[in-house]
Design a protein around this ligand. Structure first.
Ligand code: PLP
Length: 376
């Protein structure tokens, strides 16, 4: 193989993940770790404790990491927590809810969905009605930030409804963990699932579940999968300090550094404030340039913003994407079902200056392409 050439400065990722990481996080990955070695075991211990510190209580809860992307962790959590004769009701208003239902059905577990428009939140009263009429439902799956549109789903009332009905709540907190306070310390939920590479700004490659040790003990031998059995991963980790199978060592090291930077920045409130400011600059700037957003302000999570595709014949996503990439920014296609859209993220190692530079690049790009009409 020829020697690798030094790549040009990486473009900034304005996406739902993987995200732009800090230089410190990237540097923490320049070291090889032995999975059996005590230094790496300590990294795993520190990482798990830091995650529980964000969204649980050290006495009752634990963090079980798992190799893979966020979906692996959702699949692992559902397979581990949902009894074989249990039934999951998923609150769907976007792609990730649909996926949670799909992975549940694919593992042979009973599953139903309560689906609403992708720009609408779920109604706690309707949820209560569905739980009352279907006693087979044991669990409810909810997604506080549905990343396919960027909608903020208020889960507090829904969580209270689930608890009142005596069912358990599983939260896919992938795009909210670390910025929206919806951990087990604030919500009556059984488990919260997230990954290393969203609002905690680590590298991609692992997910985790925060749940109570009591529930993990009760979940032994329930998972339909060997590698995704989180009760077994937890037991093994507690006993040996090791992951059951080859751990993503560099990801763990990078993630530990990301968790240190999260604390240094000021934790949940400070990170949320920075993302809110990024989001505000993005929304106002794009409004000024004539683009239209999918969601009203009060439903917009400061995570990723969906814009309608301009009706101008000069616009195509791929040309717009390429023009922005040449200027150092990577954006994302839309994931809406009925409307043509694109998305721009505001999470990751991104700051107000980056958002202003992005807006200048958007203005230049639409001028270059000759896109005059930016409304749908
Ligand atoms: C990113 C994300 C996931 C996981 O997606 P992966 O591509 O598997 O990492 C799951 N749910 C939500 C809400 C997400 O934002």
């Amino acid at each position: 193989m020829p020697a690798a050439t030094v790549p040009a400065p990486a473009p900034l990722l304005l996406t739902p993940g993987p995200l732009s990481t800090s230089p410190g996080v990237r540097e923490a990955m320049l070291h090889d770790w032995g999975s059996w070695d005590s230094d790496f075991k300590q990294l795993t211990v520190d990482m798990r404790a830091a995650v529980v510190g964000i969204a649980g209580s050290a006495e009752r809860h634990t963090c079980v990491p798992v190799q893979g992307s966020g979906t692996f962790a959702v699949e692992a959590a559902v397979g581990t927590l949902l009894p074989r004769d249990g039934k999951l009701l998923v609150l769907v208003n976007g792609w990730y809810g649909t996926r949670m239902a799909q992975l549940t059905r694919q593992m042979g577990r009973a599953c139903d969905t309560y689906e609403v428009e992708e720009t609408e939140p779920h109604d706690p009263k309707e949820l209560a009605r569905r739980l009352a009429t279907d006693p087979a439902i044991t669990h409810v799956g909810a997604i506080p930030v549905e990343t396919s549109t960027g909608i903020l789903n208020p889960v507090d009332d829904l969580a209270a409804t689930v608890a009142q009905a005596g069912r358990r709540l599983i939260v896919d907190g992938m795009s909210s963990f670390g910025i929206v306070p919806n951990g087990l310390d604030t919500l009556p939920a059984q488990a919260v699932i997230a990954s290393s590479n969203k609002c905690l700004q680590g590298p991609p490659g692992m997910g985790f579940m925060v749940a109570s040790t009591a529930d993990l003990e009760a979940a032994a031998d329930r998972s339909p999968s060997l590698s995704l059995d989180l009760a077994d991963q937890w037991r093994h980790m507690e006993r040996t300090g090791q992951w059951r199978f080859t751990p993503p060592t560099h990801v763990v090291a990078g993630f530990c550094q990301a968790l240190r930077e999260y604390r240094a920045e000021g934790g949940q409130e400070a990170r949320l404030a920075r993302y809110r400011e990024n989001c505000r600059i993005l929304c106002e700037g794009m409004d000024e340039l004539g683009f239209r957003r999918l969601l009203p302000d009060d439903r917009q999570a400061p995570v990723i913003v969906t814009f309608h595709t301009p009706s101008d014949g000069c616009y195509s996503f791929s040309a717009f994407y390429t023009a922005l990439k040449r200027r150092g920014f990577i954006i994302y296609p839309g994931k809406t079902t009925r409307r043509d859209t694109f998305r721009i993220g505001c999470i990751g190692h991104l700051f107000a200056d980056d958002m202003h530079r992005l807006l200048a690049a958007v203005a230049e790009s639409v001028d270059e392409l000759g896109v005059r009409t930016r409304t749908p």
